[in-house]
Design a protein around this ligand. Structure first.
Ligand code: A2P
Length: 307
């Protein structure tokens, strides 16, 4: 897994990174250190995860030269106002204790309203999340502020996360600096073949989040996957990660367990037949383990384009 994918900007993103969502302060510092000692050079972070300071301590302990690391972070929904973007990244850089990011993503295609207390998830008195409708349907304004960060040298690359085809197409038509990455939920139960095809045709690399199917994943018990894993004497997680990389997406499995961090980094080579078997179980599936509809009262994936 020393392999990388070349982005449209020319930069090379390591195929396997460490995910840090739900990694608790107190656990994540050691996880990052273990990952770097194992050979990982890509760490995926976000401001909203609330653990970037500890990730920064882990990065420091890992002792890897900055230029050999790939660090991604994400702009939170409550900071889409153009004037808030620079402040948001400055905070992330300071938390991580680095001078620049390799990749900064718009975390969701949703702008929350800016409230006087700058709440992370602003709600009205009935508990309904307050959305900034204009910035949610017009990402170009926030995007321009992200483009300025590239010009300033604070980030090397910019991209998006959780964008469907419609939103990605619109942003591509408006952007001066095109998004080079779209980070989305991808695994055999949510392969998003159409999005992958569209992204490939438009110079956008996809990074797979929740490549293992998130917590208590039913994928780990899938009969096709367990039988391939048994035959190859490896773990189902290794099969899932290798399938993702083999189809051209980078992966960011989250773990705070040293053994799992290490084994997730070991590449397994799938035969064409094994690869096809996994493609077969993925066909037509659209199971999302991450969908904030319940909390936010809106479905960011609505009007997904299908065949
Ligand atoms: P843990 O941190 O205790 O290892 P995803 O990246 O798809 O969101 O999955 C993350 C979840 O899968 C976490 O709950 C993580 O728990 C668990 N996990 C990570 N690696 C493995 C593995 N190799 N086998 C089983 N579960 C794993």
């Amino acid at each position: 897994f020393g392999r990388t994918f070349k982005l449209a900007s020319g930069a090379k993103i390591p195929a396997v990174g460490l995910g840090t969502w739900k990694s608790k302060p107190g656990e994540v510092q050691a996880a990052v250190r273990t990952a770097l000692q194992t050979g990982y050079r890509h760490i995926d972070c976000a401001w909203i995860y609330g653990n970037e300071k500890e990730v920064g301590l882990g990065l420091k302990e890992g002792g890897i030269d900055r230029q050999d690391l790939w660090i991604t972070s994400k702009l939170w929904n409550a900071s889409h106002q153009p004037k808030d973007v620079r402040k948001a990244i400055t905070e992330t850089l300071s938390n991580l204790n680095v001078d620049y990011l390799d990749l900064y993503l718009m975390h969701w295609p949703i702008a929350f309203a800016r409230t006087p207390d700058h709440a992370n998830v602003p709600k009205d008195s009935n508990g309904k999340v307050l959305i900034d409708e204009h910035l949610t349907e017009n990402h170009a304004e926030t995007w321009q502020a992200m483009e300025s960060l590239v010009k300033e040298g604070l980030v090397k690359n910019i991209g998006v996360s959780n964008f469907n085809i419609r939103r990605l197409r619109k942003l591509l038509s408006e952007a001066t600096i095109k998004p080079v990455v779209n980070q989305v939920e991808l695994h055999p139960y949510n392969p998003q073949d159409n999005l992958l095809r569209f992204a490939e045709q438009n110079g956008v690399h996809l990074t797979a989040y929740s490549p293992l199917g998130s917590t208590s994943s039913p994928l780990l018990k899938d009969h096709v996957l367990t039988s391939i894993a048994e035959k190859k004497s490896c773990t189902v997680a290794q099969i899932l990660l290798s399938w993702s990389v083999q189809r051209g997406t980078s992966v960011i499995p989250k773990s705070v367990n040293a053994e799992r961090i290490k084994s997730n980094f070991e590449q397994i080579s799938l035969s064409q037949d094994e690869f096809d078997q996994i493609n077969n179980i993925s066909r037509g599936k659209q199971v999302r383990y991450v969908n904030p509809q319940e909390n936010w009262g809106l479905d960011p994936f609505e009007d997904e384009e299908t065949d």
